[in-house]
Design a protein around this ligand. Structure first.
Ligand code: ADP
Length: 165
């Protein structure tokens, strides 16, 4: 059984993430989409809200499970018996940080391989942060995030609920 993990912030999940999730779910028997609990990164949505939105938008994918984790990604992967970490690549700008992270992870756990999936063209410029910025100025983001995510974004940006630090 081939198991992979797809870790990230997912604050919130976008169609760019969903595209990677769908394609990775085709490649692996089981895919864990995992929200990193990172107290140093300020987020708009709480970890629980982000996991809930991921579950909603992946409910049609039977071999996908969404959850959160803390600590090292490689330890989390080992705990899930996963041999692969999936990451998405958008532009050259992603490369340097991803290269550092993959190299560090390989030295920590050589048996866990990191694979990169190229973004699909329509989502090459989509990131959670640009979506939040556009939505905060009242722009429509319905092309880039599922309807329920857009609804929650608008509500949160109008001051509904707290998010987390
Ligand atoms: P992080 O904060 O760890 O970068 P993100 O939630 O931003 O987490 O992204 C998780 C993963 O999804 C990363 O590998 C990122 O490169 C990838 N990703 C984000 N947006 C897209 C997109 N539009 N197309 C392809 N991959 C993406």
């Amino acid at each position: 059984m081939k198991i992979a993990v797809y870790p990230g912030s997912f604050d919130p999940v976008t169609y760019g993430h969903l595209d990677i999730i769908q394609r990775a779910a085709d490649l692996f028997d089981r895919l864990y989409v995992a929200v990193l609990r990172n107290p140093n990164k300020k987020a708009l949505f709480s970890v629980e809200e982000r996991v809930e939105m991921l579950r909603l938008v992946t409910s049609h994918l039977e071999n996908v499970e969404c959850e959160s984790f803390d600590g090292l990604v490689v330890r989390y992967a080992q705990g899930r018996q996963a041999s692969v970490i999936v990451r998405g690549l958008r532009a050259v700008a992603d490369f340097e940080a991803e290269f550092k992270m993959a190299s560090m992870n390989r030295s920590l756990a050589p048996e866990v391989e990191t694979i990169f999936m190229m973004t699909s063209a329509p989502y090459s410029f989509v990131s959670s942060s640009i979506i939040k910025e556009v939505a905060s100025f009242g722009g429509s983001v319905g092309k880039w995030v599922p309807r329920e995510v857009e609804r929650r974004l608008i509500r949160r940006l109008r001051g509904g609920g707290e998010g987390e630090g």
